[in-house]
Design a protein around this ligand. Structure first.
Ligand code: ADP
Ligand code: MG
Length: 321
């Protein structure tokens, strides 16, 4: 199978909302008049972001999920995406499964594949997503103010817990591992919640590298500090007390574990009801975990209710070993 057969067979589909899709030199997008385009790219590299033997269907899902998560964090509605793909070989079964996972998630969000590039090389996937958002309504990292509440969606730490188990650093009962693995390999982008938070949240981002580091971006760009109550931040799997985790592992997963793709956002304290309503409307759990303060820096409340030193740092590809 050649390059163009592969594209035609697995990636070329009729477009509905875009003006022109796969097959020409450029795709043409048709955002609603007056809307701003929200654009984001994410690259996934074998050995860095996924294991070589990962299920291609799950990989297809995850590649798009992490990109949709960026649109969610900005409160944008997904429109379209492009796919730049480097493949070791033209493997029909692998590509079909990959495209299946990718396009199922795309269809669920009405996000159309409109173009891309395909080359032979080490497995590497780069997606660029396009979304639309009313002017002035995008959720940014820079809008948090002293007195705002800090919220997270869903649960944090499950993906990292799965990774720790897969790497043999901890053991989990089979049912728990399967559930954690699902969170690692097939994350749910909080697209509906992001849009529901427009006009309510003062700042937002998605947690991809770990809560402490990612919240740090909001604090830096908003020039504020914060207090977090670590007792309120739980992985889904621990919340049910299926596997009470050692406190160190719990903190490592919830505070510095990445890959959960939940939203962390701030909102004025008088908008608590509106935040809860946004959670209900989007069928997404939201939990208040702390507050924004004028004093710079991040203060943690530990398991006993006393101050706790932040020991864990976030993921950084180029951090000194
Ligand atoms: P060009 O060389 O002009 O950039 P290509 O020959 O690389 O175009 O690609 C042909 C068409 O197929 C283009 O419309 C391009 O957007 C699309 N395309 C290439 N690879 C992919 C892919 N992996 N997924 C979707 N569309 C793709
Ligand atoms: Mg090309």
């Amino acid at each position: 199978m050649g390059e163009f057969d592969l594209i035609r067979r697995f990636f070329q589909r009729p477009v509905r909302r875009a003006a022109l899709g796969v097959g020409d030199d450029c795709a043409l997008l048709a955002p609603a008049p007056g809307m701003q385009l929200a654009v984001s790219s994410d690259m996934l590299v074998e050995g860095r972001h996924f294991f070589a033997d990962v299920d291609p269907r799950l990989l297809g899902h995850k590649c798009l999920a992490v990109n949709l998560s960026d649109l969610a964090a900005c409160g944008a509605r997904p429109l379209a995406f492009t796919l730049a793909l480097s493949l070791p070989r033209a493997d029909a079964a692998w590509t079909e499964a990959f495209a299946g996972g990718l396009l199922a998630l795309a269809d669920a969000h009405g996000c159309e594949l409109v173009g891309g590039d395909t080359t032979q090389g080490p497995l590497n996937i780069c997606i660029t997503v396009f979304g639309e958002v009313p002017p002035g309504q995008a959720l940014l990292r820079s809008g948090a103010r002293a007195g705002d509440d800090i919220w997270v969606s869903g649960s944090l730490g499950d993906a990292r817990l799965a990774l720790e188990a897969l790497l043999g650093h901890t053991t989990l009962p089979p049912g728990t591992l399967a559930a954690a693995r699902q969170r690692l390999e097939a994350p749910t982008p909080r697209v509906a919640l992001g849009q529901a938070l427009r006009g309510i949240a003062s700042s937002a981002l998605d947690v991809s590298d770990g809560l402490l580091g990612d919240l740090g971006h909001i604090l830096a760009q908003s020039r504020v500090g914060a207090s977090l109550d670590t007792r309120l931040i739980t992985p889904l799997l621990d919340a049910g007390r299926h596997t009470p985790l050692a406190i160190d592992l719990l903190h490592q997963c919830t505070l510095s574990g990445g890959d959960d793709y939940e939203l962390c956002f701030t909102a004025p304290a008088d908008r608590r009801d509106a935040v809860q309503a946004a959670g209900r409307d989007s069928a997404t759990r939201v939990t208040r975990i702390g507050c924004i303060e004028e004093q710079p820096g991040l203060r943690l409340i530990g398991p006993d209710g006393a101050a706790m030193a932040p020991r864990w740092t976030s993921f950084d590809h180029f951090a000194a070993a």
